[in-house]
Design a binder for this molecule. Structure first.
Ligand SMILES: NC(=O)c1ccc[n+]([C@@H]2O[C@H](COP(=O)([O-])OP(=O)(O)OC[C@H]3O[C@@H](n4cnc5c(N)ncnc54)[C@H](OP(=O)(O)O)[C@@H]3O)[C@@H](O)[C@H]2O)c1
Length: 281
């Protein structure tokens, strides 16, 4: 059985990645600062429901992405795939609660820790290099005792990036995503001739979802925004033959997760997965 470690596995997208991975027969570890399952699924009702059984099968673990000592020991075990599903859309810690209760006042406070550079970029590069080092370490010791068969499974590292921004999305957000993509691909993507800048240990996978919604939720600000954006997209398609490039389709967290698991399972896949590709799932 292959193992996936999802950083941010209790988040809005992360939990669906964990669900999809469990349904596809993977062993799943979710890492986050709280180490708890997503609050929306951590209730007695959900624990006993058959549709939420996957929650009991995920190993929910506490770790801080900026402190590799809190998770290195896990990477040194038989982890085949790592997913980075952490990011900030606004350089402000309150934007998630803002999605639930819009209020302009909470937008004014900027938290220096929650910058695009630190959360969207540095956390991903740190996790990738920690995973890379641990794979090299495992390869070295397996050549001595040959007991780590997981190393022959074409390990992967996934970065959840983003599609082009909507007009209201700050440029810094997309820039931080593209810069991270560039660095990951440059460092870890194997060239056609088999070479890479570092001795590549995993397949980098870059997912570019657009605005996401959850198929099981039809109330709240996100669901409302999804209806508005979908209506705009329909108009763009029917009246303007898709000529308004800044209007993009929305996508469900379930489609993103199913697409990602399919790319992880495809031992030959590496590189960028566009929104158009994701929408086929
Ligand atoms: N939401 C969208 O519509 C959308 C669209 C396109 C792209 N994306 C991208 O998709 C990714 C996931 O977004 P999301 O909306 O699912 O995010 P999210 O709901 O905020 O989930 C991120 C999770 O990461 C954990 N986390 C945060 N800081 C951490 C740290 N230092 N160490 C360990 N865990 C940490 C948090 O759990 P704890 O608080 O327990 O640590 C949180 O549950 C991001 O990269 C985002 O940019 C999102």
């Amino acid at each position: 059985m292959q193992t996936i470690l999802v950083f941010g596995g209790n988040g809005f997208l992360g939990k669906r990645i964990c669900q999809s991975a469990i349904n596809s027969g993977f062993k799943v570890l979710s890492l986050s600062r709280s180490g708890r399952p997503p609050a929306s699924l951590n209730t007695e009702k959900h624990k006993n429901s058959t549709t939420s059984q996957w929650v009991n099968e995920v190993n929910w673990i506490k770790a801080d992405i900026f402190d590799p000592n809190s998770y290195k020991h896990l990477l040194n075990q038989n982890i085949n795939h790592v997913v980075h599903s952490i990011g900030v859309l606004l350089e402000n810690s309150n934007y998630k609660s803002l999605m639930n209760s819009p209020s302009a006042s909470s937008l004014s406070k900027v938290n220096n820790e929650q910058t695009y550079e630190r959360i969207n970029k540095q956390s991903a590069l740190l996790l990738a290099s920690t995973f890379h080092d641990s794979l090299l370490e495992r390869k070295k010791s397996s050549s001595m005792n040959e007991n780590d068969s997981s190393l022959n499974q074409n390990c992967s590292f996934t970065y959840i990036s983003a599609d082009k921004g909507f007009p209201l999305i700050p440029k810094g957000y997309i820039n931080s995503k593209r810069e991270t993509e560039f660095e990951l691909l440059q460092k870890y993507l194997k060239q056609k001739d088999g070479s890479s800048n570092t001795s590549s240990s995993f397949r980098p996978i870059i997912m570019r979802p657009g605005f996401m919604f959850d198929e099981t939720l039809n109330t709240g600000t996100r669901s409302y925004l999804n209806s508005v954006l979908s209506a705009l997209d329909n108009t763009n398609q029917s009246l303007f033959q898709n000529k308004l490039p800044f209007i993009r389709p929305t996508v469900s967290t379930q489609a993103v997760s199913n697409c990602l698991i399919s790319e992880i399972k495809d031992k030959n896949f590496t590189g960028v997965v566009s929104l158009e590709e994701i929408l086929k799932f």
